[in-house]
Design a protein around this ligand. Structure first.
Ligand SMILES: Nc1ncnc2c1ncn2[C@@H]1O[C@H](COP(=O)(O)OP(=O)(O)OP(=O)(O)O)[C@@H](O)[C@H]1O
Ligand SMILES: [Mg+2]
Length: 321
C-alpha cells in the first residue's frame, strides 16, 4: 500500500483537482482511492452528484459497530470513469485506536489480498494547525501544492519546519507554474524538494473539477500530462521522478481520465476558477525575506538558505520537463 497526501498552501489552487487527476492516472493494475480529508469541507459529492451520506461517516459508524475497521468497499463511491472516492468533510484526524485515519489504513487488506493505494486530499495547510498530522505521519509522500508567487512561497516556508519534523524527506512540493519564482528558487528558499510542476490552466482545471467543457481537451492538456507524470513518480512511494509512461499505457491512462470526466455532473453551476493570474514581476528584495506586506522574496545572497537543500533529490521541474 502506498499512501500519498496532497495539501496546499494559501494562494495555490487546485489540490482537490490534482488529487483526482493523479488518482485517475494511477498505474494500471493497482487499486487506488481518493480520501477527502479537508477539514474545511469536501467538494466531490457536490461537484459530481454523489451522495453526501456515504463515505467517512458511514465508514466510521460501521467500524464503531463492528469494533474494528469495516471493509471499505461499501463506503466508496465512484467518479465518472471509475475512480473510487471516500467522500466527507468531517475532521478525520485524531489519534489513538479510534482515529479514522488509522482505522482506514490499518483495515486495508494487504496487496496480495487486493489492497489499495490511498491518496488523501488534506486541503489547505495552515501554520500552527495540527490538522492532518496523522496523515503526515502515515504517508509515504506528502505533496504540498505551492504557487510560485511571493506570498505562496512564504506560506510554504512557514510550514517547512513542521513538514520536515513530521515527514523528513517524505515531504515534497508541487509548483503551480506561472508565478514569478521557479522550482529551483523555491527549493532553495524553502529547503523542500520539488517533485514536479503543474500548469496554471483554468480551462482544463475547470473541466476536471466538474464544470462543463471538453473532456477530450482535458485529457490532452498539459495539466493531465502533469498529473500522469506525478502519478508515475508518486506511485513508487518516494516522490522521486520516473520517466512518464507513454505509448500504449500512457494512452490507456489518457482514456481513463477522459472517461472519468466525460459523464461529469450537469447540475453544478458557478464553479469558476478562483486562482488569480500569475503575479506580475516585482523588484527583487534587497535583503533576507521577512513577511512584511508587499515584500517579494529574494532567493540569493542574504537568504538563510542559499542553495539546494541537502535532502533535495529532484532538481526543479525535473519530473515534468
Ligand atoms: N492548475 C490549475 N490552474 C488553474 N486553475 C485551477 C487549477 N487547479 C484547480 N483550479 C481551479 O481552482 C478552483 C479550485 O480548485 P480545487 O477545488 O481543486 O482547489 P482546492 O485547492 O481543493 O480548493 P479548496 O481550498 O476550496 O478545497 C477550481 O475552480 C479549479 O477549476
Ligand atoms: Mg479542495
Amino acid at each position: 500500500m502506498t499512501v500519498v497526501s496532497f495539501a496546499s498552501v494559501k494562494g495555490a489552487p487546485g489540490v482537490t483537482t490534482l488529487t483526482c487527476l493523479v488518482g485517475a492516472s494511477w498505474p494500471e493494475g493497482r487499486r487506488v482511492m481518493v480520501a477527502e480529508c479537508d477539514p474545511s469541507g469536501g467538494d466531490l459529492a457536490a461537484r459530481f452528484c454523489l451522495s453526501g451520506r456515504r463515505g467517512w461517516s458511514t465508514f466510521a459508524t460501521a467500524s464503531r459497530r463492528a469494533g474494528s475497521a469495516a471493509p471499505i468497499e461499501a463506503h466508496l463511491q465512484q467518479l465518472p470513469g471509475g475512480l473510487d472516492v471516500l467522500v466527507g468533510s468531517a475532521e478525520v484526524d485524531g489519534s489513538g485506536p479510534t482515529s479514522p485515519v488509522d482505522q482506514l489504513l490499518d483495515g486495508i487488506p494487504s496487496p496480495s489480498e487486493g489492497g489499495w493505494d490511498v491518496l488523501a486530499d488534506l486541503g489547505r495547510m495552515v501554520p500552527g494547525h495540527a490538522g492532518g498530522d496523522r496523515w503526515l505521519e502515515r504517508s509515504d509522500v506528502v505533496a504540498v501544492l505551492v504557487r510560485g508567487d511571493a506570498s505562496s512561497v512564504f506560506h510554504v516556508r512557514g510550514l517547512a519546519d513542521r513538514l520536515r519534523s513530521r515527514c523528513g524527506a517524505r515531504a515534497v512540493l508541487v509548483v503551480v507554474e506561472g508565478g514569478l519564482h521557479g522550482p529551483r528558487e523555491i527549493e532553495a528558499f524553502t529547503g523542500l524538494p520539488v517533485a514536479g510542476t503543474v500548469p496554471f490552466d483554468p480551462a482544463a482545471a475547470s473541466v476536471a473539477s466538474g464544470c462543463q467543457g471538453s473532456a477530450r481537451r482535458l485529457s490532452r492538456s498539459a495539466l493531465a500530462a502533469s498529473a500522469r507524470s506525478l502519478a508515475a513518480s508518486l506511485s513508487n512511494g518516494s516522490g522521486l521522478s520516473e520517466p512518464a509512461v507513454t505509448g500504449v499505457a500512457g494512452r490507456a491512462r489518457s482514456r481513463r481520465i477522459r472517461a472519468m470526466l466525460a459523464a461529469r455532473t450537469k447540475g453544478v453551476a458557478g464553479d469558476v476558477p478562483r486562482g488569480d493570474p500569475p503575479a506580475p514581476p516585482a523588484p527583487p528584495a534587497p535583503e533576507a525575506p521577512t513577511a512584511t506586506p508587499g515584500h517579494v522574496p529574494s532567493f540569493g545572497a542574504g537568504d538563510a538558505i542559499s542553495g539546494p537543500h541537502p535532502s533535495s533529490t529532484v532538481s526543479g521541474g525535473g519530473v515534468l520537463r
